[in-house]
Design a protein around this ligand. Sequence first.
Ligand code: DQA
Length: 143
Amino acid sequence: MNILVIHGPNLHLLGRRRPEIYGKGTLASLNAGIKEHAAGLKIKVRVFQSNSEGEIIDLLTANSAWADALIINPAAYTHYSYAIRDAIDALETPAVEVHLSDISKREPFRRISVIKPVCLAQFKGEGPASYFKALDFCALMRK
Ligand code: DQA
């Protein structure tokens, strides 16, 4: 099984960005954890981080033939990117939304996800384990 993992804007700053919310771990350590967890499930992953909406759509498109599923942390785009939502909907790759923090318990603007309706599941509020649970969820979809 092949899974595309995309981290959205500002997640390259993990470790120095609001560690009380996002933890002290860096993007590199998160990605190492994702790769290790995926290997344990015999899942192949391609992992990208982008600060740009258009680039995220281009990554989704370029990898859609390869990917059996998508795990995406759209970061701030979660709350307003109809363009990313439309791309997920158009490409029809089964998608899972993840967040390090619990967006349902934060500022009002973060409680809305325009991405959620085009995803099969949402895992949030568990730090890196949100991604690991998303990988477990995808593994259960495997034929
Ligand atoms: C986030 C939550 C978003 O509201 C925020 O803009 C992020 C990270 C999370 O993983 O908790 O950049 O997606």
